[in-house]
Design a binder for this molecule. Structure first.
Ligand code: MF3
Ligand code: CO
Length: 259
């Protein structure tokens, strides 16, 4: 069941996703060699709560933390841990959700720690550009497959892998609503995009093979070949005249530029 949102509801979703963006910026400011992912999770949780929201990942299907923090070969759903210490050259994907005024926010960003290899930098750039190209297709009258194909075609033209086991989703009163938004597929196929739909587009892209393994902790997804993976996520409202991006990467990128 796809729930169409009113303009007022879209503004509440925007408020949430701006808070998610500000929280990602706050986490990004603290990502440096020596910090643990557990410490980053605490920073995020405190920031979310001090802004009057709750971290909606915490307790979601039993998930034990406020954020998902996935380092290097971890793709998504990495559980923050005091055993995982960030080091120079890592890439750190942070995915987090808020609940405020009855609606959810959900966005993700992959951060580089100091100097990373040119090949890894390219992976981050391509993944982010794939998100932008997918987002450009998020307008009324298009279909979900138009988003999927835009992401897949761009990513695969660089020889990177599109993870197929996980996908984007609708966003609203629930963190995961219909429709599913795969990062691979055919143009012109899938559910019709209508004004008032709000979806999360979230390419999960691997430098090597697209094959992934689900770790025995029940959550962490990593690449089978242990090559790095990147993940960026936008919440987007579908409008007649085009996509209305509810997430603000500008807040995050300003914060890490100043750091
Ligand atoms: N943003 C993540 C997703 O869309 C949310 C995961 S929360 C978790 O899959 F609790 F399930 F980890
Ligand atoms: Co999501």
């Amino acid at each position: 069941m796809i729930y169409l949102k009113t303009d007022e509801e879209i503004e509440l979703l925007r408020e949430n996703n701006i808070l998610v963006s500000r929280t990602l910026a706050e986490v990004g400011r603290h990502i440096r060699p020596g910090v643990t992912t557990k410490e980053l999770d605490k920073i995020a949780e405190d920031f979310i709560r001090s802004n009057g929201a709750t971290p909606s990942c915490l307790g979601y299907e039993g998930y034990p933390a406020a954020t998902c923090i996935s380092v290097n070969e971890q793709v998504v759903h990495g559980i923050p841990s005091d055993k995982i210490v960030i080091k120079e050259g890592d890439i750190v994907s942070v995915d987090l959700c808020t609940l405020m005024k009855g609606f959810n926010g959900d966005s993700a960003y992959t951060f580089a720690v100091g100097e990373i290899g040119d090949d890894v930098r390219r992976l981050l750039e391509v993944t982010k550009e794939a998100l932008y190209r997918g987002t450009a297709q998020a307008k009324a009258g298009n279909r979900v497959g138009d988003i999927s194909a835009a992401v897949q075609d761009y990513v695969e033209s660089f020889g990177y892998g599109v993870v197929r086991e996980l996908e984007g989703h609708g966003l609203g009163r629930k963190m995961h609503e219909d429709p599913g938004v795969p990062n691979y597929g055919a143009r012109g196929r899938g559910p019709l995009l209508r004004e008032g739909m709000v979806i999360c587009i979230e390419p999960m892209i691997t430098m090597g093979s697209r094959a992934v393994v689900f770790e025995r902790d029940g959550w962490t997804v990593r690449t089978r070949d242990r090559k790095p993976a990147a993940h960026y996520e936008f919440a987007v409202a579908i409008r007649k005249d085009g996509p209305d991006v509810l997430t603000d990467f500008g807040i995050i990128e300003d914060a890490i530029k100043k750091a």
